[in-house]
Write a protein that binds this ligand. Structure first.
Ligand SMILES: *Cc1c(COP(=O)(O)O)cnc(C)c1O
Length: 235
């Protein structure tokens, strides 16, 4: 438990330093603790160190792991973002479990989620996942298709489009990833200029993982998704 607290503090310090290097306010960046394949007590340990925002990849895993209803005041304050691929037939369960879905990448999914949210009487903040490297097997809309999907999502009453998310092509060196982060920032600004994001707050840009979150912060990330650097290697 102490090791988790120390790891979280160390990452927060690195986020803060990266923000300052870029002339940004560190408070504009939130750490998403990626807890896929981590048992529930590990999440609780992180929460007791003040890390209340988590990222989960699989709807089914989240459904079996997260106690419902929350069993304590601390648990009630924990929030969950879905950061993995979502199948349309799991939209109903995802709508119940998550506070934000970061991986909307097609209209069919957006529509399915919207109608499930209507049944639940809920509204959901969502991000569009962008396949910024244009990689064949990867989820996400291509950069050139993001605007149209954003326009379509804007017509769905239960979805609040709050920004963009990406997993750039894998690289050993974060400097090779930086141009993709920069392109994401440009795309975000382009869509923001068209008034496609909901809410009064600046739009969200979810990018950066254990190996490259500092470069992501320097390039404008508002959500960084860090797993192994907090919880250690996944089994
Ligand atoms: C697993 C995962 C992460 C975290 O990766 P680490 O390298 O463990 O920090 C971030 N984002 C997504 C979408 C993931 O699947």
């Amino acid at each position: 438990m102490e090791a988790i607290c120390e790891a979280i503090q160390a990452i927060q310090a690195r986020i803060e330093a990266a923000a300052r290097r870029a002339g940004r306010n560190p408070e504009d960046i939130r750490l998403v603790a990626v807890s896929k394949r981590m048992a529930w007590p590990r999440l609780l340990a992180a929460a007791s160190c003040g890390q209340l925002l988590f990222g989960e990849n699989y709807v089914q895993e989240a459904a079996t792991k997260i106690p419902r209803p929350p069993a304590s005041a601390l648990e009630a304050r924990m929030q969950y973002h879905l950061i993995g691929h979502l199948q349309s037939n799991k939209a109903g369960l995802a709508a119940q479990l998550f506070d934000c879905i970061e991986t909307i990448d097609r209209l069919k999914l957006a529509r399915a989620l919207d109608s499930q949210l209507a049944r639940l009487g809920k509204v959901m903040p969502v991000l569009i996942q962008v396949n910024i490297g244009g990689e064949g097997q990867k989820s996400g809309v291509l950069c050139g298709d993001a605007r149209r999907l954003a326009e379509e999502i804007a017509t769905l009453p239960r979805l609040r489009l709050r920004g963009l998310m990406t997993i750039p092509p894998y690289a050993d060196d974060p400097e090779l990833t930086r141009p993709f982060f920069r392109q994401m920032r440009q795309l975000l600004e382009e869509l923001a200029g068209l008034g496609l994001f909901a809410g009064d707050q600046p739009p969200e840009l979810s990018m950066g993982m254990s190996a490259d979150f500092e470069a992501a912060v320097e390039e404008g990330a508002t959500l960084v998704r860090v797993g192994t650097a907090i919880f250690g290697e996944r089994s």
